[in-house]
Design a protein around this ligand. Structure first.
Ligand code: AHG
Ligand code: MN
Ligand code: MN
Length: 323
């Protein structure tokens, strides 16, 4: 039976047509990232064969250099951005400094986490890629509210692509038959409440008192939340985006700033969650309003369904301000 589908490229072009005087450059940039994501997805699929094909650093039987997936993804995205001609510069979670692309007249700046959830690679669980796009500015460290778009790829049983360019959040699924992402989840709206909480609860003894109280509260009330934790922010946030609930990577006694990085992980995810009708919170502030103090700044983060984040905020304020 014939069914009308919308591919990602068709979708991006139709969005571009709605914008007066659009140059088309943004669409081309999304196109380049689309290509990079599909190439990474195909390597992820073969990752389990790497041991058979040859060790890291040696030539395999196909004469490729066998690389660790996170290095591969980082190099691929960097090269994609350099050769696009659309990007002024970029920074990656895997690199120390910002790279200004030589002789580029590009208008955009991209921050990315090439491989999120890297501890999942060896055990064949979900991993992803996260990106965040800004217009170039004299100030390299812009606030998250200035993002012009953000998105992520989730390499799971299906390959998912979620992106938002300031309006709605749309979800695409890779159709392996045609090799394109097709629109499967238009205009995603995060439910006001969801059934799950997601946190690495093994750090319980290191959490501040208000977080322990909050965890007891959500587990001990008459309709307790259930815990889900994939250990890959992409997968955990995707679940929350579709089903609702709350994601937490807070501060603890050892990781005082939490673990997740503002520019590569928190800002793009908070931008997506907020545009889908959810909210995000970092120790009394909206992370999207924070001025980054360094490229690799980390911060505690809680995000998800609006009413659940609001409930968490009460616990934070009770402990910190006594009201
Ligand atoms: P990355 O693989 O890019 O370093 O990110 C891993 C992050 C994130 O995806 C996940 O939410 C978190 O690390 C898991 O950390 P814990 O092992 O401390 O739970
Ligand atoms: Mn990550
Ligand atoms: Mn990473």
């Amino acid at each position: 039976m014939y069914r009308q589908i919308t591919t990602l490229s068709e979708f991006v072009l139709s969005e571009e047509k709605k914008i007066k005087n659009a140059t088309g450059n943004f669409s081309l940039l999304i196109n380049s990232l689309d290509n990079a994501g599909r190439i990474i997805a195909s390597h992820v699929k073969r990752a389990g064969l790497v041991d058979i094909l040859g060790p890291v650093g040696k030539k395999n039987i196909f004469a490729d250099e066998v690389q660790k997936l996170d290095e591969f993804a980082d190099l691929l995205i960097a090269e994609t951005l350099r050769s696009s001609g659309l990007v002024h510069g970029f920074a990656s979670e895997e690199r120390e400094s910002f790279e200004k692309i030589k002789n580029s007249h590009g208008d955009y700046v991209v921050f990315f986490d090439p491989l999120d959830g890297s501890s999942n690679i060896d055990v064949n669980m979900s991993i992803g890629t996260i990106f965040s796009i800004y217009k170039k500015s004299n100030n390299l460290l812009q606030k998250g509210i200035s993002q012009v778009a953000a998105g992520f790829f989730l390499y799971g049983p299906s390959v998912i692509f979620i992106y938002c360019a300031g309006g709605k959040v749309n979800g695409f699924t890779l159709d392996p038959e045609i090799g394109s992402f097709v629109l499967t989840n238009p205009n995603i709206k995060i439910p006001l409440v969801g059934p799950t909480y997601t946190i690495n609860e093994s750090y319980y003894s290191r959490y501040p008192e208000y977080i322990r109280k909050y965890l007891s509260h959500i587990k001990e009330r008459s309709a307790p939340l259930t815990q889900r934790y994939a250990a890959a922010m992409v997968a955990d946030v995707y679940r929350i985006l579709l089903k609702g609930g709350i994601f937490l990577y807070p501060e603890d006694r050892i990781q005082k700033e939490g673990k997740l990085r503002l520019l590569y992980e928190v800002n793009p995810m908070a931008y997506i969650i907020n545009h889908a009708g959810g909210s995000s919170f970092s120790q009394g502030s909206n992370p999207l309003e924070m001025t980054p103090t360094s490229l690799h700044m980390r911060l505690p983060i809680v995000l998800g369904s609006k009413s659940q984040v609001a409930e968490f905020e009460k616990f934070y304020h009770n402990e910190n301000y006594g009201h």
